[in-house]
Design a protein around this ligand. Structure first.
Ligand SMILES: *[C@@H]1O[C@H](CO)[C@@H](O)[C@H](O)[C@H]1NC(C)=O
Ligand SMILES: *[C@@H]1O[C@H](CO)[C@@H](O)[C@H](O)[C@H]1NC(C)=O
Ligand SMILES: *[C@@H]1O[C@H](CO)[C@@H](O)[C@H](O)[C@H]1NC(C)=O
Length: 429
């Protein structure tokens, strides 16, 4: 092929790409206007690993207490988590005293948080981290602590006064979908009125789904991220059911995601007890494809080098945090394989191939290159790098070629495809 025809072909391919990106690239809907979560939020959240353990007598190292969060804050900085992007240290349910104070304000349990939340926030900020807290739109939190119904403004102001940077707002003990929606909206407005920048993490669609199809256009206007599906457990079955839920509902949820507002498939359970190494790779790869907030729920004091390496993998985090901010989707499912893909900035794509068969050994799967990225990812060619399970440069692939992958049972191969036209235009400058 001579240079001229090559340039023309590249030019056409580029024009086609840009047109396509315009056609399905415009975020359909306005996000909550607080300037936050322009990429998915990253941090640590206590729930899946530590739940509602309030027994500090018997289990001083794993009860929900100031000490737990001070230790995690130290480790987030000393062990490279903060540098990898995990910035928000988040408290979930069970931090509260059973009663509000005499002025109607929420207060922390004084035995477990003897210095209060303000003190914890100051410490967390001194480490360059941010603090998240938890409350509930209904009459009680899920674990039965005081709910915020009737107290939205007071609670928002209390959190802002303490220096809180993120609120996870649950939806237990709400007696109607109307109260649920009103509660989520009112708290969003109340947070805004405090004048403090506070990431607003909602569970509105999760609680709405049994009654109505959630209006994601509306939810996106009030929340920075929103849970759609049930709480994650430390098991492959749980991870799989979240992936199934997301792909089954992808027409509704994928278009709702974008800078400022994200679908939240719940915490990363990597580094715990229930997932094999391959299943941990699958969770990390697919949470990157789904543009999911990355909240680890594990014990940073006891974590294997493999789990740590996976959670801190820069290439995978770069896909999760890609500035284009478009959520990926399931492209194909056949023979117990799933292929997912996600458009990235600079005309790059991420592709994940999951082997869902949990019997037997590694199986191979061959992808026609032309089927990826709506036919555009490798037109006329692309540079492919395997990122997971092990980083491997696979080299240039032309549009007409196929790529053969081999995947362990319940494992995933995650690939990054760089457009050759982009690389050619870069090198010709
Ligand atoms: C509150 O909302 C207004 C209007 O959307 C926005 O300009 C402002 O930045 C918001 N403030 C905070 C603290 O989120
Ligand atoms: C809270 O309880 C009161 C009194 O029972 C009830 O009127 C109200 O609707 C409840 N609020 C929610 C959000 O369930
Ligand atoms: C969803 O909410 C948006 C924004 O509030 C509104 O314009 C739209 O009509 C709603 N859609 C439906 C189907 O109710």
């Amino acid at each position: 092929m001579n240079l001229m025809s090559r340039v023309t072909r590249l030019g056409c391919a580029l024009a086609f790409c840009c047109l396509a990106l315009v056609l399905w690239g415009v975020p359909g809907t306005r996000a909550l206007n607080n300037g936050l979560a322009m990429t998915p939020t990253m941090g640590w959240l206590h729930w899946e690993r530590f739940m509602c353990n309030v027994n500090c007598q018997e289990e001083p190292d794993s009860c929900i207490s100031e000490k737990l969060f001070l230790q995690m804050a130290d480790l987030m900085v000393s062990d490279g988590w903060k540098d990898a992007g995990y910035q928000y240290l988040c408290i979930d349910d069970c931090w509260m005293a059973p009663q509000r104070d005499s002025k109607g304000r929420l207060q922390a349990d004084s035995n477990r948080f003897p210095n209060g939340i303000r003190h914890l926030a100051d410490f967390v900020h001194s480490k360059g981290l941010k603090l998240g807290i938890y409350a509930d739109a209904g009459n009680k939190t899920c674990a039965g602590y005081p709910g915020s119904y009737g107290y939205y403004d007071i609670d928002a102001k209390t959190f802002a006064d303490w220096g809180v940077d993120l609120l996870k707002f649950d939806g237990c003990y709400c007696d109607s979908v109307k109260h649920l929606a009103d509660g989520y909206k009112q708290m969003s407005l109340a947070l805004n009125r405090t004048g403090r920048s506070i990431v607003y993490s909602c569970e509105w669609p999760l609680y709405a789904w049994p009654f109505v199809k959630p209006n994601y256009t509306e939810i996106r206007q009030y929340c920075n991220h929103w849970r759609n599906s049930a709480d994650i457990y430390d098991s492959w079955q749980s991870v799989r059911s979240i992936l199934d839920w997301t792909s089954s509902n992808q027409e509704s949820v994928v278009p709702a995601a974008g800078p400022g507002g994200w679908n939240d498939p719940d915490m990363l359970v990597i580094g715990n007890f229930g997932l094999s190494q391959d299943q941990q790779v699958t969770q990390m790869a697919l949470w990157a494809i789904m543009a999911a907030p990355l909240f680890m729920s594990n014990d940073l004091r006891h974590i294997s080098p493999e789990a740590k390496g996976l959670l801190q993998n820069k290439d995978v985090i770069a896909i999760n945090q890609d500035p284009l901010g478009k959520q990926g989707y399931r492209l194909r499912k056949n023979d117990n394989f799933e292929v997912w893909e996600r458009p990235l900035s600079n005309l790059a794509w991420a592709v994940a191939v999951v082997n869902l068969q949990d019997i037997g050994g590694p199986r191979s799967y061959t992808i026609p290159i032309a089927s990826l990225g709506k036919g555009l990812a490798c037109n006329p060619a692309c540079l492919i790098t395997q990122l997971l399970p092990v980083k491997t440069k696979l080299g240039f692939y032309e549009w007409t070629k196929s790529l053969k992958t081999q995947i362990n049972p319940t494992g995933t191969v995650l690939l990054r495809l760089e457009s050759a036209s982009k690389i050619a235009s870069k090198s010709s400058l």
